[in-house]
Design a protein around this ligand. Structure first.
Ligand code: SF4
Length: 110
């Protein structure tokens, strides 16, 4: 359930929409094919309990935006490693079902 929350939270960050029931992804889908760059960054920080396995960490740059004055467009655009300007800075990405039962808000991800 935590996994589903993470992806829902990512979608929420991208769209600034309130969490709704049904905005979930299966744990397998979330881990194997995250649909939002923020989710990817979160998952890249999860430790692997095997010292021989290395994971490429995604380190987000910049400061966390103020919740009082959130950025325009996609709320994640100031820290997103794959953003496309000006679209991401001006247009709020719609919350979409990217695959069966897997919802996310991102202009670039299908
Ligand atoms: S690519 Fe654009 S829309 Fe998608 S998460 Fe990054 S800033 Fe947001």
């Amino acid at each position: 359930m935590i996994c589903a929350w993470m992806e829902t939270s990512s979608a929420e960050i991208g769209s600034s929409q309130t969490m709704k029931s049904g905005l979930t992804a299966s744990a397998r889908d979330l881990y194997t094919a995250p649909k939002h760059p923020y989710t990817e960054a979160l998952l890249s920080a999860v430790p692997i309990p095997d010292p021989t396995v290395k994971r490429q960490r995604i380190r987000l740059q910049g400061d966390v935006p103020s919740p009082i004055r959130p950025p325009s467009g996609c709320r994640f655009h100031t820290r997103c490693p794959i953003r496309v300007l000006p679209l991401c800075a001006t247009e709020v990405p719609p919350l979409e079902e990217k695959s069966d039962g897997h919802w996310a808000a991102c202009h670039l991800r299908d």
